[in-house]
Design a protein around this ligand. Structure first.
Ligand code: SAH
Length: 359
């Protein structure tokens, strides 16, 4: 019989599996609670470390269940405190996670897929191509592993802005949201968890149907279909107008993400068009400086021009933030570290980017 991976279950399902296990052994049910605590709230690396349980029970758990580890293949620390991790998964795939401290917050930028199929022109995760979807535990364990570090990293906010398109892996992202948010799981408030998407419409509907106040960020990046199509091929399938409609009907405030590409999407007329769209959606606008060394042949908009662009939007009554670039010295844009590690074996044309900066 194959072992049950407790970390791939929602807290409620893990509880049920543990209760059944202890019931079968004639053990009191509080034992299930003791183990459940050790999954997410006070995590351990292995059942052997649950020292509050008798040794025989720890060994029995080991026979029926597993707690898979994700090993850290590489780690880099930036002068600004941003830390980047490359996790090696059981099948050898590598994914990236970035920890970004900012005053009393610590945002973890997590991946939802190994690689990405979307091929946005400025983003090099797309250059790697798509390998596979992550399982729920591979998403949630990026956070769990932070708690297992010495010293641990205490995560307060989550952004799905690492590798992959979360709404193209909804089944796993959906479960991982439960694990991240459930007080019996990682207990991170829904308003501190942001799902970022290019605008996968069925996924936006599914996210909207969840009762928790998870946040939605939409990678807009261009105010017209024509320009957006040239930057983001997915716009052919889910055109801007439909994405904007979906954003309008989302019952919580959405954030527009807008990567500033010099001479491409940073003209005054772009600001005017973007202003209209953001006003329609009552969206918060995040202007993102292009991370240096990204895919394609783009030039970052100058800081002055970004400020000017922001001022135009603000004159339209919008709330606008210019994102800080973090971890530039450590290739902290999502995808870069993996590209570096793979370069010798698998050449990748361009340096990568994935937008790990947070507001
Ligand atoms: N697929 C999702 C989430 C991953 S990317 C999405 O597209 O929203 C997270 C953010 O980083 C997106 O807004 C993406 O467009 C942005 N990004 C990608 N490449 C970037 C680069 N070179 N510089 C700055 N941001 C980038």
């Amino acid at each position: 019989m194959s072992k049950i991976n407790l970390l791939n279950l929602t807290p409620a399902d893990a509880d049920a599996a543990l209760e059944a296990f202890f019931r079968d052994r004639g053990e009191p049910l509080y034992r299930a609670r003791q183990v459940a605590r050790r999954l997410w709230q006070a995590p351990v690396r292995s059942f052997a470390d649950i020292t509050e349980l008798p040794l025989a029970l720890r060994e029995a758990l080991e026979q029926s269940f597993e707690l898979p580890e994700m090993s850290i293949a590489t780690q880099q620390l930036s002068a600004d405190g941003t830390r980047k991790f490359l996790f090696r998964l059981a099948d050898g795939e590598a994914i990236e996670t970035v920890s970004i401290p900012d005053a009393d917050r610590l945002t973890l930028c997590i991946s939802s897929q190994a690689g990405c199929a979307l091929q946005c022109a400025f983003c090099a995760t797309g250059k790697m191509g798509f390998t596979r979807n992550l399982e729920p535990y591979e998403i949630a364990c990026q956070v769990r592993e932070m708690a297992l570090l010495d010293p641990p990293i205490a995560v307060t906010n989550i952004v799905f802005m690492g590798m992959g398109e979360p709404l193209m892996n909804w089944r796993a992202v959906n479960s991982s949201l439960t694990i991240l948010n459930d007080p019996a799981g990682l207990g991170i408030g829904a308003r501190h968890i942001t799902v970022s998407t290019v605008g996968i419409l069925p996924g936006i509907v599914a996210l909207a149907e969840r009762p928790e106040q998870f946040r939605l960020a939409i990678s807009v990046h261009a105010p017209t279909d024509e320009l957006r199509r040239s930057l983001m091929p997915i716009n052919t399938k889910y055109p801007l107008s439909e994405v904007i409609e979906a954003a309008k009907s989302f019952d919580r405030r959405v954030t527009f993400e807008y990567v500033m590409l010099g001479g491409v999407n940073d003209r005054d007329e772009d600001a005017r068009e973007l202003m209209k769209l953001a006003q329609e959606c009552k969206a918060f606008v995040n202007l993102i400086p292009l991370h240096p060394g990204g895919a394609g042949d783009f030039t970052p908009t100058t800081a002055d021009s970004i400020r000017r662009f922001a001022a135009m939007l603000r004159r339209g009554g919008l709330s606008v933030a210019i994102r800080k670039s973090r971890g530039k010295d450590i290739a902290a844009a999502c995808g870069q570290l993996r590209v570096e590690r793979h370069r010798r074996r698998r050449p990748v044309g361009a340096e990568h980017n994935g937008g790990v900066e947070v507001a």
